[in-house]
Design a protein. Structure first.
Lengths: 233, 247
């Protein structure tokens, strides 16, 4: 029951990764008790489970994901939201108002209009229905300030780092609040624009250098140097 | 080369463009060259120059074309007006519509269509210069574009043709051989799964010749497959991680 790859080896779709008693993990599939890669990425084996960390992928909704989306349209009893997924998401008016929605009393366009950005959680999604969003939890809802940056969805785990080490370090160093949308959209809110710019520069650095080791240390270094330049704000 | 040449293969068994019977034209592949597309690829197969761009998965428009149980793959094969000797009308011809269908059907078995219901993926194939065997080169490029778009697939699809010229079975016909020769057999193939996804024939071959042509074409496919993998990897060589940490 061998595997046919070295750790972190770059594999292409269709490449046979393992044979026999293995489980097909992320971005792989099993056929005739053989495991093949289904995306270009880096192969890895964890406890008999073969995974490929995809280098190219797109966001696909999953229940419980926190995403950042743009309101597209005000509908009859809710909004349609672009969450950079293959489907447009729905946000129901009753969820936002946290009481039953009465069309004669409530004017939806006074709450959210097209172009507004929201942080939301995916409440439900299945093959037959478009994803439904909810904002009924702390930290979710309309975005009123801050800056938005977009990264490839597969790079989000790298921005989080091991057990959140990277993201908490950036938050601490730049004094910014950062919300990561799993769809690859990141919201940075700071006390002043300089801090936000700094956090954005750090995240962009992570996206470009996500392959290198010791990144957390280098980002710390980078942030300290940059802060030194601006007079330690 | 509009005049019909006297001999397509000389006494030494060398073809008009200097190749041996079982030799491919030079193939050059490049991945991810169109920043506006989700995935893209460019192929130079002999004198063929073809661009392929993939978009999606995204919501299907028009909506009624979407399927509740699977993703829909749409292909558009198009030849630029300047791609052939005589200006080709830019309107889609009968042949282009047929090739679009044939290419779509040869790519479909490689994708996990059932994973992404109600969505659509579009592949646009633009032939910039044509010199025989464009459908095969298009399939090779389109499959790379899909892989570059991050769409999960069973295997890359690679295609190559074989045919009969001057009573001899030869690999990878170019334009003149295709037009003057007596048969052409394009084959699309998934090498790791050992599965043929496209098999066509025009012209006449004996059963023996046909089998020889198919095995020759598959041999050509395997060679191009190596280049295809190489091209896909080259784009990411520079960003190969040494360490990956996840939450």
């Amino acid at each position: 029951m061998p595997t046919y790859f070295e750790k972190k080896q770059l594999v292409t779709p269709g490449e046979m990764l393992a044979e026999g008693d293995y489980l097909a993990g992320k971005n792989t599939y099993a056929e005739n008790s053989k495991i093949y890669a289904s995306r270009i990425g880096l192969a890895d084996c964890n406890n008999k489970q073969v995974n490929v960390v995809a280098l190219r992928s797109f966001y696909f909704p999953k229940v419980g994901d926190v995403v950042i989306g743009t309101v597209l349209e005000v509908g009859f009893n809710g909004w349609t939201v672009d969450i950079k997924a293959p489907y447009t998401a729905l946000l129901r008016a009753s969820d936002v108002l946290s009481r039953p929605f009465k069309p004669q009393n409530d004017e939806l366009s006074q709450v959210l209009i097209g172009g507004d950005l929201i942080v939301a959680k995916i409440a439900s999604y299945d093959r037959a229905h478009d994803p439904q969003l909810t904002v009924g939890e702390p930290g979710l809802g309309k975005i009123t300030r801050g800056q938005i940056i977009k990264v490839t969805p597969s790079k989000i785990p790298r921005v989080i780092g091991k057990k959140g080490s990277m993201i908490s370090m950036i938050k601490k160093e730049t004094n910014c609040q950062i919300i990561l949308g799993l769809n690859g959209v990141i919201l940075v809110t700071g006390k002043n624009p300089d801090n936000e710019e700094l956090a954005i520069a750090a995240i962009q650095k992570i996206e470009n250098e996500s392959h290198t080791s010791g990144l957390t240390d280098r980002i710390t270094q980078f942030l300290k140097e940059e802060r030194g330049k601006t007079g330690g704000k | 080369m509009n005049e019909k040449p006297e001999k397509l293969i000389n006494k030494k068994g060398i073809r008009l463009d200097g190749r041996k019977a079982d030799e491919l034209r030079p193939v050059k592949l490049e991945v991810g060259i169109l920043p506006n597309a989700d995935g893209s690829a460019y192929i130079e197969h002999g004198k063929n120059k073809i661009l392929a761009a993939a978009f999606g998965p995204r919501e299907m428009h028009p909506k009624h074309l979407s399927r509740p149980d699977r993703m829909v793959l749409r292909c558009r094969y198009h030849m630029a007006p300047f791609s052939v000797g005589e200006r080709k009308s830019p309107a889609p011809s009968r042949r282009e519509i047929e090739l679009s269908k044939v290419i779509r059907e040869s790519l479909e078995p490689s994708l996990f269509l059932e994973y992404y219901p109600r969505t659509g993926v579009d592949v646009f194939i633009e032939v910039l210069q044509a010199d025989g065997g464009t459908r095969c080169a298009s399939i090779t490029a389109a499959s790379l574009a899909l892989a570059d778009a991050g769409i999960p697939m069973r295997d890359l699809v690679v295609a190559c043709a074989a045919g009969k010229v001057e009573d001899k079975v030869v690999l990878d016909l170019f334009d003149t051989e295709d037009k003057v020769g007596s048969a052409d057999v394009p084959v699309a193939f998934m090498p790791n799964l050992n599965a043929v996804t496209l098999l066509q024939m025009d012209g006449q071959l004996t059963p023996d010749e046909f089998e020889k042509a198919v095995s020759m074409a598959i041999g050509g496919c395997r060679k191009i497959y190596e280049l295809q993998k190489e091209a896909l990897k080259t784009k990411y060589m520079l960003i190969e991680p040494e360490e990956e940490d996840e939450e």
